[in-house]
Design a protein around this ligand. Sequence first.
Ligand code: GTP
Ligand code: MG
Length: 203
Amino acid sequence: MQIKSAQFAISSTSYDKCPKANLPEYAFIGRSNVGKSSLINMITGVKKLAKTSTTPGKTQLINHFIINESWYLADLPGFGYAKISKETRAKWGKMINGYLLKRETLLNTFMLIDSRIEPQRSDLEFMEWMGTNEIPFVIVFTKTDKLKRGELAENLECYKKKLNESWEELPLIILSSSSTKTGREEILNFIEETNALFEVNKD
Ligand code: GTP
Ligand code: MG
């Protein structure tokens, strides 16, 4: 799929303030600093569309971007960031969970995981929560450019083994790098196919 246009739409503090739910939508979720905003920029090919930072906790609201005037990407705040206050963390948690549970047009959530680190309890629990609540998701391993091929393969195997402990069937797993554009085609193809299903099921 070609990206013809990508624009910022709106920042919202909760799901009920988001744009009218009439287009297919995809959200990016994951721990702070995992690379959600960078991935949105990489996929759309618009460098500063979503604001990124070397410091975790940059994205603080639900940010909608409209792509090709026909579907939305939503950038979300990160979870598991230790340096924010308990109150803020609770607020962000509520905002994210409410959005994921209530957003009718959310077709898929890209669950981002840093390919360099071992499986984190918060990530595993979050995926289980999505599973329980029937929120469809795809796993995207980020920052693969920072690993040697062998290390990446090893980490991937380790992660799959961990997932196999609690999942009967593994979700789709995509390897990505915002630096080398790895994973771009795969993510865009997935979105294109899912958009087509939305068209079919609309009426
Ligand atoms: P929050 O909004 O704080 O939750 O973070 P985020 O998940 O949106 O992360 P963001 O995209 O802001 O990226 C965090 C840092 O990681 C930035 O310094 C990025 O340049 C860097 N980064 C993101 N993706 C990649 C990648 O694929 N490769 C490399 N080498 N660095 C990356
Ligand atoms: Mg961000």
